[in-house]
Ligand binder design. Sequence first.
Ligand code: FAD
Length: 254
Amino acid sequence: MGSLSGSPLRMAAPGRYQFEFLESTRETPTTSSYRFSTSGTGFRYLSNQAIRLILPRVQDPWGPARTFSLSSSPSEPDVAQVTVKRTASPYKVALDALTPGERVLALGPVGDLLYDRTRESLFIAGGIGVSPFRGMIRYASDTGDHARVVLLYSARSAREFAFKSELDEIARKDPRISIRYTVTRPAESGEPWEGPTGRIDARTVQIELERLVRPRVFVVGTPGMAIETLDMLRQRLGVAEADLEYEFFRGYRG
Ligand SMILES: Cc1cc2nc3c(=O)[nH]c(=O)nc-3n(C[C@H](O)[C@H](O)[C@H](O)COP(=O)(O)OP(=O)(O)OC[C@H]3O[C@@H](n4cnc5c(N)ncnc54)[C@H](O)[C@@H]3O)c2cc1C
């Protein structure tokens, strides 16, 4: 990897690729990751773009394709991973039924939610919205040469933090990466949690904005979470539009 002052980001033109399904991992009771081999396909992406994944044999009222952020990092060779909230949609059932060696069609890379490791970054994730941030944090950690990164991550319960042990391990080794968790519905899960509770609020964000030097602020989550958080950033905290990046996971209510 180049140095911190390296070359500007070059985005690959989207294409059509055949990925081979490798394996799935249950990240939390409601989310799973799906890993695909990109070996020999020439697929390249930037941290952290998305793909449109088309499954074979799907009878779904909304069709055989969905868009997913990549939760893998370009520093992980020959692999593309997506992390998905499990639902009963025919598409998700078919995704979960893939067997190793099966081929799927991927269109991409798409999206311009691009991590710039030369600038300080404040990541704000609601639930499944952590997906691209896992890729960005892994990328920052693997490249080593990056400005400070803070992730504020909210989930319904302590069991719903995807990638927690990996993220904690990365933050333990890299003093320029910090992760702060908050549980929004602590009573619901029955899981012990002694950390912060409630949504990511203006006070918490303000503290991080004061610690960092004019960070780029990224917000990713369901439309409800992302709109509410962007309102707070713009109206209550006065974050400049030029410093804001966001992605709405359309397709989820709330
Ligand atoms: C840029 C981007 C990145 C994303 N990244 C992720 C990710 O990393 N992980 C993840 O889990 N999800 C992600 N999503 C959301 C994902 O594409 C799916 O929309 C979501 O997973 C729901 O799919 P489903 O099959 O469970 O739901 P379904 O209920 O079957 O919905 C499927 C699709 O139909 C549409 N739809 C459903 N109901 C209606 C309605 N009443 N009117 C109009 N349209 C409707 C939705 O827009 C959705 O695209 C992303 C979306 C975008 C746009």
